[in-house]
Design a protein around this ligand. Sequence first.
Ligand code: ME8
Length: 556
Amino acid sequence: MERPSYYITTPIYYVNAAPHLGTAYCTVMADVQARFRRSAGFDVLFLTGLDEHGEKVAQAAAEHGMTPQQWCDSLVGDFTDLWKRLDITNDDFIRTTEDRQTVSVQHLWDELLANGSIYKGTYDGWYCQPEETYFTDTQVRQANEQKSTSVDVNHREIAKAAKRAPEDAPLCPDCGRPLKRVQEESWFFKLSDYQEPLLELYREHPHFVEPEIRRNEVVSFVEGGLKDLSISRTSFDWGIPLPFDEKHVTYVWFDALINYITAVGYGVETPEAKAEFARRWPAQVHIVGKDIIRFHCVIWPAMLMAAGLEVPEEVFAHGFLMVKDDGGADVKMSKSLGNAISPDTVCELLGVDGFRYYFMTDVRPGTDSSVSWGRMEQVYDADLANSWGNLCSRALNMSAKYFDGKTPELPRGWAEEANPLRAIVEGDGREGLYERYAAAMGSFAYDEAAAAVMELVHEANHYIEASEPWTLAKDPARAGELAQVIGSVLESIRVTAHLLMPFMPRTSTEVLSRLSLAEEAETTDLAAACAWGGLTGGAPVAKGAPLFPRLAQKKG
Ligand code: ME8
């Protein structure tokens, strides 16, 4: 049977600086979902990449004395190497300077020209270069009347220091940084035609924008009315030229969004490319930060509708990682604000798996979260070192001690015997652990999924205490009971390793291989792999080194 396609994407990141914690956060979130879906039998295509055009990238290049292309080439490795270090399993990596993107963007231009979705005019309004976003006079006036001053001062200082903005420039309604006045000939996309079709989309497909708070934001934005969108620039040339008007280059967002269809063959007229497009499009989910939902939930579906293409099934918008500014207020961590923390710094403390586990399970995707070293250490100690790591080390040690370094020879019918661990895995009156976990994972409630798994880990630690294997081991008449206890704990460890695999692939692979079950790590039937009773008796068990060394030891 053909496996269902699951196409998942991250934003393509600007190449204006090296990647930071926020960028990594989004990419790991997508990786966790991609890994989960692969193990649940989907044919996954996981795409990430770089947004290399636009004024912001051109400016960063100029500041470093390079051409834009040289600048992008010099930074690509910072992204791809980081993704390798963080065990990201993207299947494709797209750069908007690749030929395939030019082919696809120009194809869309031709389609939109042919069907009357675009026209030529003059743009006269405001532009936020750090956000690469246009604003009308009204939007700017309203936002500047309402804005609180503390954030503005912060951004204005940064902008002044960078000598980018005149003293009296109005501030960006989104990020608070100074705007530029832009007046130039431009091609426009008839976005104003899509107010009703978009509202209908949000009504008919309530999961198109997740979580709900973002859907409400998008709906009220669209209800407020849509203006046609300027989609080409003439005042600089770092972009994809229009096929029919070479003086113009494509507005960076109009270019960037198209990457999602480029990667699955849009614009290529071969039968193979068409088949791939039909199989992969529409995407199941675009994961984005909440800063870019208007582009993904308003402009992008309108562009697709204009081109006669289907819209993606879902856009999931996560929240921001925040850091404290000098005044103690939480501000977004960002490349352009220069307050970014490197993911490697966190990995040095927690290890790659600890990093992935902490950010995916302690921060609810969808909400903002202040980055706190104290909290990272707390979660690492409580969940990983003291619970999951400790459980593995106790159970593996007892297998070494009582069963000669093997899993116990399991008594007949051991898996049918009632015990609190089997009850958690099988549900015992409520949904089974896999079902609860899969429902939470599928809706990006990673914190809930991990909490469900941690119940099993905690219960297994209690079960060891309560059944006292060290006492059972002293009485040869109770050998069957001892085998039952250690077997059930090892079985819980096996199931836990599977369920934590998307978050901590290194540790889970290691645990399965210590149980002589390395081949299970590649399962594509997670539900079956998590069914109680999969452990085989008499298999060699390796004690190994502690999975999560204590932080104090590591730091020392
Ligand atoms: O917007 N916390 O690129 P970008 C959490 N090129 N996530 C964060 C974050 C933070 N503090 N800072 C950034 C662009 N992100 C466009 C995208 S897509 C067709 C084009 C993450 O480099 C978050 O996912 O500014 C955000 O949406 C993304 O990085 C923006 O990356």
